[in-house]
Design a protein around this ligand. Structure first.
Ligand SMILES: Cc1cc2nc3c(=O)[nH]c(=O)nc-3n(C[C@H](O)[C@H](O)[C@H](O)COP(=O)(O)OP(=O)(O)OC[C@H]3O[C@@H](n4cnc5c(N)ncnc54)[C@H](O)[C@@H]3O)c2cc1C
Length: 433
């Protein structure tokens, strides 16, 4: 049993800011993350850059990590949280190669900073080799995957598309087009509101500069990914603007439909929700008095929101509040609300999957086999949809958009764990594989 005055789950920007603020306020802080290194999605450490050199990422990341280290907070990487209860305990699994180690933590305050993941929508051919999530391909490239000279179409929805496309171009890819499903009319109010966020406006302009050779087409989406003559890997995509359909050749497709929050731990603890997001007050406190939440689980609003919400939560654990931070958080939350409206999914995307299109990749469940089911639970029982290793993290949000079904409960273990992890929850145990 390891005890912490403040236990932070997630070492992305929100978790780093929360842990730093709490530790600098004199509290004993432990940060857990399932990745080996701190940084989360946006500050995911590049293991090699496009020249093949080791790189430690941008200066904001370095500054935040240096400050975290100086604060005295302890960061434990490789710890995947698979269980938690509101009495103040939480369990992690560490896979060490030869063994799986279960550790129990006890906390006075818990800060959930678990981020978000991409939303995927199934369409014909989306399981072909060469089709990636937009953020997924970016993560692979940061890990050393070479895209130099490859023709990559970036598609889906959300501001992440431009960030990913710019990054791919920097790494030598040819991005002929970025396809945004939202119409220009849907995007217009959001684009106009960016004048109130000059830093974001400049960031968007900088992406567009890097993408000067690429077209940015609104109101367009991919309806099919098609294999080449080998019948096995991607060679082209069929695109539509709703009235016209055409084909574009490509080596890779990077396709993601904005983000969905990682809220499973909050749901397991019984925190109240506001729609799909964890409900928090102005100090980032959830409906449970000793549990706080910061970053994407409270609303998809970007890096600045994650940082400011994290700082507020960390200070709140020490009983401190700063109204200037709360004002900044309110502005960032407004930006997040604007994103939700601007990048709302269009109805036509519901008719993308064919009856034989795989929806649940873990359990090989085709869209057609869901036709006789009435709910998420019914589909799980009848088809095993959502019952595989990802536990519905991929197909759940897709099915929610396609059929309007929502999962009814979240149960531990949140991730597949060895049986021994469930047998002895009250002490650290080692299980030899
Ligand atoms: C795939 C992807 C790529 C992105 N790329 C960009 C980009 O290029 N540019 C940009 O501006 N924004 C990007 N974003 C958005 C960006 O992540 C957010 O704007 C912001 O940085 C979120 O910070 P966060 O701390 O809330 O979450 P994150 O940075 O996602 O951090 C959450 C951390 O919690 C950990 N975690 C979650 N669940 C558990 C668990 N059960 N046990 C242990 N650890 C857990 C995760 O591993 C992760 O490290 C991306 C998002 C995604 C999903």
């Amino acid at each position: 049993m390891i005890r912490a005055e403040v236990l932070v789950v997630g070492a992305g920007p929100a978790g780093i800011a929360a842990a730093t603020a709490a530790a600098e306020s004199g509290l004993q802080v432990i940060v857990l993350d399932d990745n080996p290194n701190a940084g989360g999605q946006i500050w995911r450490a590049a293991t090699v850059d496009h020249n093949g050199d080791a790189s430690s990422g941008d200066s904001a990341r370095r500054k935040a990590l240096d400050r975290l280290q100086r604060s005295g907070a302890q960061v434990l990487g490789g710890h995947c949280v698979f269980n938690a209860d509101s009495s103040g305990t939480l369990q992690t699994l560490q896979e060490t190669g030869s063994a799986s180690v279960v550790t129990q933590f006890q906390f006075e305050h818990l800060i959930l900073a678990t981020g978000a993941r991409e939303r995927f929508l199934p369409f014909a051919g989306w399981t072909l080799p060469g089709v990636f999530g937009a953020g997924g391909l970016q993560a692979l490239v940061r890990g050393g995957y070479n895209v130099t000279g490859k023709r990559v179409i970036v598609a889906g929805t959300g501001p992440l598309l431009l960030a990913v496309a710019a990054h791919l171009v920097e790494d030598g890819a040819i991005v002929p087009t970025v396809l945004e499903q939202a119409s220009v009319a849907q995007l217009a109010p959001f684009t106009a509101s960016l004048w109130a966020h000059p830093a974001k406006l400049m960031q968007g302009a900088s992406f567009r500069r890097k993408l000067w050779k690429s077209s940015y087409r609104t109101g367009c989406w991919v309806v099919e990914a098609m294999a080449g003559s080998d019948g096995q890997s991607l060679a082209s995509v069929r695109i539509t603007d709703g009235s016209r359909t055409w084909t574009e050749p490509c080596d890779l497709l990077a396709c993601g439909y904005h983000l969905v929050p990682n809220t499973e731990i909050a749901a397991l603890l019984g925190c109240a929700f506001r729609g799909n997001f964890v409900q928090v007050d102005e100090t980032q406190r959830t409906s449970l008095p000793n549990v706080f939440c910061a970053g994407e689980p409270c609303g998809i609003a970007g890096l600045e929101a994650a940082l400011v919400q994290g700082e507020i939560a960390g200070l709140a654990c020490a009983g401190l509040t700063k109204s200037s931070l709360q004002n900044k958080a309110a502005a960032e939350n407004n930006f997040g609300a604007g994103l939700e409206v601007a990048f709302a999914l269009r109805d036509e995307l519901r008719s993308l999957p064919q009856p034989d299109t795989i929806v649940c990749r873990c359990e090989d469940v085709a869209f057609g086999s869901l036709s006789g089911c009435s709910s998420w639970t019914d589909a799980k029982l009848q088809t095993r949809c959502g019952m595989g290793p990802c536990q519905g993290r991929i197909c759940g949000p897709a099915v929610e958009h396609l059929l309007g079904w929502r999962p009814v409960s979240v149960r531990q273990p949140l991730f597949p764990v060895p049986l021994g992890a469930l047998c002895s929850p009250d002490e650290a145990i080692e299980i030899n594989n």
